[in-house]
Design a protein around this ligand. Sequence first.
Ligand code: MN3
Length: 241
Amino acid sequence: MSFNRRNFLILLGGSTGAAALGLFPKDSLAQATASEQKPFAVAPLPYAYNALEPHIDEETMRFHHDKHYVSYTTKLNEAVNKYPQLANKSAEEIISDLDSLPEDVRTTIRNNGGGYVNHTMFWQIMAPNAGGQPTGEIAKAIASAFGSFDKFKTAFNDAGSKQFGSGWSWLVLDNSKQLKVIGTPNQDSPLMMGMYPIMGNDVWEHAYYLKYRNERAKYLEAWWNVVNWDEVNKRYQQAIA
Ligand code: MN3
């Protein structure tokens, strides 16, 4: 007779007991704790940790999502929970107006709110069996703004490789509704500059070092194989609407 996890839980009388007994792998514990966060929840990965192999390895995805992202979320929530008036806003709204934030949490929210919003997008704009050429409206918009998809790719990779230290490369819709490629340091979001992030690539070492070591350019090139153009297209449609 074999028990699945659910039966096993019922047998033990609930997950708290099972968790306390150390019967789960550490990951599922981290996920369980993370999902209870308020006001901002940790978004689960919409695919398995190993789904982006061979381009992005399983271990990187586990650390990136379960450690780095969870930590941004926790610190953002700690800061926001000090000021109940912030808890009714979306994370995007909060980081779009840093100047209005209480000074004692402004830097914390800039870093961790940026980290939260950037990564919540990042998991969605990647997918297994994705990549290739863009399709739909975003394909036309990229071709008209940059001349061709390849020219856009070069500009986007350049923004990533020229970013000194940690940061992001972005395709944004700027405040005059033009597509543009920019880089930002740390966890700064284009939202902090009045621009809308259509897609972004994380060029922090934590995003690639386990597999690509110091070779950021190789990671930037491989990343195109996991771009979820359906999601990017959706974000573009929302931005121009
Ligand atoms: Mn990251």
